[in-house]
Design a protein around this ligand. Structure first.
Ligand code: GDP
Length: 300
């Protein structure tokens, strides 16, 4: 929790500064306090939809439960905020398939490769047999970077030369995962310009080819988003979802922004589970997303 807290410090500082009346008990429970909460949520990029929903629920609870103190309002607000983040969360049973095949997509720089590296390390430490695949064949550096992560995590990495067909890499990876009885296969992909239709076609082909080797796979297609780009992450998510159908999200770089409220916005808009959030560059800074802890870190 302390890493989560320090990772979210920019958002917390900005958010709690905006909540002077609520947090520091400077005003009575009433419209002024509600306006302040609304503004703080909007400044944190929680978005109109989520902010409305939170405020409506809070106002209802204030009147129904006759909340009189700041402490009561704050407790209810936290529960409502966590509830909104929880709405589309689903359990993630990695043991439900063997191998469990995860396709990781997102634009360059969003944090795909590091996310794969960190997850491979974490799961391998937990005793799972992990295999990674360097599917971003567009950039030599991406292949090398993943190979470096895989060595550090001591897991095999399926790779071909720069310029190779990414679906051939994915094909090899799934076959290798089955042959080696891996528990989890993590497949990296290219991410040049999300508007590039070639990229979407390439990713569709990767998905199709994976399904040819293992008919119900990929078992999860994860979109990695850079949390520091704020509202733009929503249009990005829509583009990927329309073309490829995403199952879940990872949001990185929340340590670099005061707009960490974007999580409320993206959950409200995309109605998808968030698996992990990134709050720093270290391996332990990629944290399983827990709505209640996230909300607590914004207040404490
Ligand atoms: P890719 O192009 O999508 O594969 O992106 P990379 O995995 O190469 O990540 C791009 C950069 O973002 C790297 O320098 C990572 O260390 C950095 N990065 C990834 N996640 C986080 C995070 O949660 N916080 C911070 N501060 N940096 C991150």
């Amino acid at each position: 929790f302390s890493r989560l807290k320090s990772g979210l410090s920019k958002t917390r500082d900005s958010f709690s500064k905006g909540l002077d009346n609520l947090v520091h008990g400077k005003a009575q429970v009433g419209p002024e306090m509600m306006d302040e909460i609304e503004e703080a949520l909007l400044i944190a990029d929680a978005g109109m939809g989520a902010t409305r929903k939170i405020l409506d629920a809070l106002k209802r609870e204030v009147s129904e439960n006759h909340l009189r103190t700041q402490e009561e309002v704050q407790a209810h607000l936290k529960t409502i905020m966590a509830g909104l983040l929880q709405e589309h969360q689903t359990p993630w049973d990695l043991n439900s398939k063997k191998p469990f095949i995860v396709l990781v997509i997102g634009i360059n720089g969003s944090g795909k490769t590091t996310t794969i590296g960190k997850l491979a390390g974490k799961w391998s430490k937990e005793g799972k047999k992990v295999l990674v695949a360097a599917g971003d064949t567009f950039r030599a550096a991406a292949i090398e970077q993943l190979q470096m992560w895989s060595e550090r995590a001591n897991v095999p990495c399926i790779a071909q030369k720069k310029g190779a067909d990414p679906s051939a890499v994915a094909y090899d990876a799934v076959q290798a995962g089955i042959a080696r009885k891996s528990d989890i296969v993590l497949i990296d992909t290219a991410g040049r310009l999300q508007t590039n239709t070639n990229l979407m076609e390439e990713l569709k082909k990767v998905k199709r080819v994976i399904g040819k080797v293992q008919p119900d796979a990929p078992h999860e297609t994860i979109l990695v988003l850079d949390g520091s780009i704020g509202q733009n992450s929503i249009s990005q998510a829509r583009l990927f979802h329309e073309a490829l159908h995403i199952d879940s999200l990872v949001m990185t770089k929340l340590d670099g922004t005061a707009k960490g409220g974007i999580l409320f916005n993206i959950v409200q808009e995309m109605k998808l589970p968030v698996r992990y959030i990134g709050v720093g560059e270290k391996a332990e800074d990629l944290q399983e997303f827990q709505p209640e802890a996230f909300v607590n870190a914004l207040f404490e």
